[in-house]
Design a protein around this ligand. Structure first.
Ligand code: SF4
Ligand code: MG
Length: 339
């Protein structure tokens, strides 16, 4: 079938006083029906801007979606060209969003039931009583007990984990075809993080909703993503299945990200490394590979020519790194990475 979302050559800039920040520099990917796509990278890599642009949440100005960009939803509608009133129908109804911090995205002055009902009333013909009933069902779906009482509680009466469950219920209220979760567990402590990820996986299986999961932490996606795109400096540097990325990664930046994830299967005591250095300034993106300044394998060509994506297996795994050129020197994977 057709993909639920097809992002093609997305370019997003911010026009600032000091110049133009090229936050997203030609990103393309597809999300199939029922698929979980993870977008992974450090803060500032453009992953959140990509997500917020799909929801058209960034005001313009200062943001600009560059001509030639397209965001095809459900095979027909180009979100990049939609008006605000068209987007109001898409948001919440076709695409749901879960944010990092439920406390700032929930309304403190309204009960949980009233907030979930709001979306249902806006996008369906349900009565108030029906919407409230559906709210209680959604709270049960996201694992909250006593849903009939919970609907009358306010966000501040709930724990952080419970609030994130409410956000998830809210995002599911109108049976969206696509759910975008931007760092959904970052604000939560570790045990609650695992519970929320289990919940998302569970809901994905039950409802067959497609999910875009945005995170800086590859560990978070390990049990859930079907496909992963790794972003760096506004571009996709590697795309593949979960297995490709975890067991046969082909980009030094992916290797760096993997070294900062605790491995479940081996060397539990290995020290976790963060990648030395900082990403480039996107006011003036570098010529050549944007990772070159931090890459231990950088060659002369890396500093001169930006690598295209090299096809790794003919099945969707690709990496934008010169090491995958047939004439490149053979490099051993760092210890602890790959199979
Ligand atoms: Fe490193 Fe060169 Fe590959 Fe960029 S293209 S990641 S600098 S080896
Ligand atoms: Mg972010």
């Amino acid at each position: 079938g057709k993909p639920i979302l097809e992002v093609k050559d997305l370019r997003v800039s911010f026009k600032m006083y000091a110049g133009e920040v090229q936050a997203v520099r030609g990103v393309s990917f597809t999300v199939e029906k029922g698929e979980v796509l993870a977008i992974v990278g450090e803060s500032g890599c453009g992953k959140s801007v990509t997500a917020q642009t799909i929801m058209r949440l960034i005001p313009s100005p200062p943001s600009v979606i560059k001509p030639g960009s397209s965001i095809l939803f459900d095979g027909k509608h180009d979100i990049a060209k939609m008006t605000e009133s068209q987007m109001e129908h898409v948001r919440g109804n076709d695409i749901g969003m879960i944010f990092q911090d439920p406390m700032t995205s929930l309304n403190p002055t309204k009960t949980v039931g009233a907030q979930i009902s709001e979306g249902i009333l806006k996008h369906t013909k349900a009565t108030k009583a029906e919407a409230l009933q559906r709210s209680a069902e959604l709270l049960t779906l996201v694992g909250m007990s006593n849903a009939q009482e919970r609907i009358y509680q306010y966000p501040h009466e709930l724990s952080g984990g419970m609030r994130q469950r409410v956000m998830i219920a809210l995002s599911l209220a109108c049976n969206p075809k696509l759910l975008i979760a931007d760092e959904p567990t970052t604000a939560l402590d570790v045990t609650i993080q695992a519970q929320i990820m289990d919940l998302l996986r569970d809901i994905q299986k039950k409802t067959d909703t497609s999910i875009i999961l945005i995170t800086h932490d590859l560990g978070v996606v390990a049990e859930m993503a079907h496909k992963i795109i790794v972003m760096y400096a506004g571009k996709v540097v590697e795309t593949g299945t979960l297995n490709d990325i975890f067991y046969n990664p082909k980009h030094p930046y992916t290797w760096g990200l993997l070294r900062s994830v605790p491995r479940l299967d081996s060397d539990k005591n290995r020290e976790l490394d963060s990648i030395p250095g900082t990403p480039p300034d996107l006011y003036k993106p570098p010529v050549g590979c944007a990772f070159a300044a931090r890459c231990p394998y950088a060659m002369q060509i890396c500093k001169e020519v930006d690598p295209e994506h090299f096809d790794i297996d003919g099945k969707g795994h690709s990496a934008a790194c010169w090491l995958n050129h047939p004439d490149a020197p053979k490099v051993e994977l760092p210890v602890g990475i790959g199979r």
